[in-house]
Design a binder for this molecule. Structure first.
Ligand SMILES: Nc1ncnc2c1ncn2[C@@H]1O[C@H](COP(=O)(O)OP(=O)(O)O)[C@@H](O)[C@H]1O
Ligand SMILES: [Mg+2]
Length: 328
């Protein structure tokens, strides 16, 4: 296990606030990094600090599995601690900053140069149990080389490869890249992984990259992937996309995708409460509502406040960051 990498921050641009804290960082050597600190996002009032950390760890493990085990063009995340100045530190995770990303739904009509890898990312993320994939345009992009790139792995390592009869997979991505034969080939590849192989893959990444990795986390993540491998072998959800046009299943699929955010809320809430336990969830909510400063601090978008306090060091621009200047 390695300690979080300390990064001396020279400039910082906020990318998102109010959800998770995301920023573009430039360090002393001119490197551009994408930084993320999980806040619990929309459910921050209910999300325990253990669950927030689990989502960061999910990011690290999912990104390494995709990059290394499957050879996909995903930037691997690691633990970092940003040194904003001598006294101020912010912990989170970071990966390489990818320049020139465009949302997939805007760029999908141009030629995508990694169609096979794109489908592999999509099906592997279903196996990884990513609950937030079906209709999340923010989380799938096309890079400067025209490659499809999936982002945002907070919700990986959740049980199940389908929700409400739909594959937990990008609807747009499946429509663009899936053929029954290609999906079956990927499913076969995942189905062939033994319990031991999955356990080793997960633990190797965790030990190498997660500073607070524990045997309990290794067991938890491995058990999800073993169950999801079995679910992938059995599910009919991917076949919805091969169903005859106008069939009841396809009509349900279209309806459910359109309304997935609302339909998905009780599913996500139940899963959250089940993992955290009802006691811890209610306790977190009460502490959030009563807002005692020491307790509320993790929810106060610490990074956003920090960014506001260093206007002279940021390049004077907020919102979507400009591409790093060393690109030219
Ligand atoms: N490695 C990266 N390089 C550049 N931009 C990124 C990178 N990862 C994410 N982004 C941008 O930041 C946005 C938010 O990141 P994301 O991980 O999706 O956070 P959230 O959990 O708040 O949705 C993305 O929609 C994308 O525009
Ligand atoms: Mg996102």
């Amino acid at each position: 296990m390695r300690a979080p990498e300390a990064i001396d921050v020279v400039a910082i641009w906020a990318i998102t606030r109010g959800r998770n804290d995301c920023a573009m960082i430039r360090d002393g050597s001119g490197r551009a990094l994408f930084f993320k600190r999980n806040t619990g996002s929309a459910y921050r009032a209910l999300v325990t600090s253990a669950e927030r950390r689990r989502r960061e760890v999910a990011h690290i493990v999912a990104s390494h599995l995709m990059a290394e085990t499957f050879g996909l063009p995903i930037a691997p995340f690691r633990d970092v601690v940003l040194r904003l100045d001598r006294n101020r530190r912010v912990e989170g995770i970071a990966c390489a900053y990818l320049t020139g990303l465009r949302p997939f739904h805007e760029a999908m009509h141009r030629p995508i140069t990694n169609r096979e890898d794109a489908l592999l990312q999509i099906v592997v993320l279903a196996w990884l149990g990513d609950t937030d994939r079906i209709e999340t345009p923010d989380n799938e992009c096309v890079d400067e080389q025209g490659r499809y790139i999936a982002l945002d792995f907070d919700f990986c390592f959740n049980d199940g490869v389908s929700i409400l009869g739909l594959p937990k997979a990008s609807r747009r991505g499946l429509e663009a890249f899936a053929t029954p034969a290609a999906v079956a080939r990927i499913v076969d590849r995942i189905a062939a992984l033994s319990d031991e192989t999955i356990a080793r893959m997960v633990d190797d990444v965790g030990r190498a990259w997660v500073h607070d990795w524990t045997p309990a986390l290794a067991r938890d993540f491995t058990a999800v992937l073993v169950r999801n491998r079995d679910a992938l072998r059995q599910t009919q959800a991917f076949e919805i996309f091969q169903a005859a046009h106008g069939s009841v299943r396809q009509r349900w699929s279209l309806f459910a995708t359109r309304h997935i955010f609302r339909l998905n809320i009780p599913v996500k809430l139940l899963a959250l409460i089940q993992r955290q336990g009802p006691g811890a969830t209610i306790w977190t909510l009460l502490r959030f509502l009563t807002g005692r400063p020491a307790v509320a601090r993790p929810y106060l978008s610490l990074l956003a406040a920090e960014i506001d306090r260093i206007p002279t060091r940021a390049a004077g621009r907020r919102g979507v960051p400009s591409p790093p200047s060393d690109r030219h």
